[in-house]
Design a protein around this ligand. Structure first.
Ligand SMILES: C[S@@+](CC[C@H](N)C(=O)[O-])C[C@H]1O[C@@H](n2cnc3c(N)ncnc32)[C@H](O)[C@@H]1O
Length: 203
């Protein structure tokens, strides 16, 4: 289990997240990040090249030290980045101290997703934005059946990823008002590819 979790899983995470079909999502979501940005579960740093100059500072929070090491090697320019080894359930920042929180395909994996979202809300300034793209629960009954059935096994092999998290209600229940949301399938197996992309503000 040690080698799988510590060596193989981070490599699999990096490889799967390099999928080029994710680039348009990264371009839109990361391109809208402004000011002091907190990126949750920054993984192997694949979002770093997508930030624009309006992102003055990026705080890349990631609990996995192997992924953080990979992220430190990603080339990016003109961006101030701090890498922080921490979990989203206990964000080591002051209340109302960031302008944008970004999460890309992390709410499926964070064990305490509701606690993590409450933390994101706590550290966001009142006019700040939560920008997100996540995969999650499908509205189609047949696909949901597969998502519910596969999740117990999928979680074990994928490092904790749930296929069936209700992303919109998780965000709203944490005290956010959704400004914009787009949902739909990306190309690929339907249980894995129902996407929620959008932005929200603290209530
Ligand atoms: C599917 S990867 C996505 C990585 C990256 N956001 C991207 O778009 O390439 C899920 C990420 O969530 C991270 N993660 C898992 N548990 C977490 C937690 N408690 N707090 C923050 N991030 C967590 C994982 O380590 C991993 O980097």
């Amino acid at each position: 289990m040690g080698i799988y979790r510590d060596v193989i899983l981070p490599k699999l995470c990096d490889l799967s997240m390099r999928n080029e079909r994710l680039h348009p999502y990264r371009e839109r979501v990361i391109g809208a990040a402004e000011g002091r940005v907190l990126e949750i579960g920054s993984g192997s740093g694949l979002n770093l090249p997508f930030y624009r100059p309006v992102a003055q500072e990026v705080l890349a929070l990631e609990p996995d030290p192997t992924l953080l090491t990979m992220a430190r090697r990603v080339p990016y320019s003109g961006l101030s980045v701090d890498f922080i080894e921490a979990s989203a359930e206990a964000i080591p920042f002051e209340d109302k101290s960031v302008d944008t929180v970004v999460t890309t395909w992390t709410l499926c994996t964070i064990p305490g997703a509701a606690t993590a979202l409450a933390e994101m809300r706590r550290v966001l300034r009142p006019q700040g934005k939560l920008l997100f793209v996540e995969h999650g629960l499908s509205p189609d009954r047949g696909v949901r059946w597969w998502q519910d059935s596969l999740t117990p096994v999928w979680r074990r092999i994928s490092g904790g990823c749930h296929l069936n998290r209700p992303i919109q209600s998780l965000i709203e229940d944490a005290g956010f008002r959704i400004d914009r949301i787009e949902t739909g399938y990306m190309r690929g197996p339907k249980p894995l590819t129902f996407m929620y992309e959008g932005s929200a503000r603290p209530n």
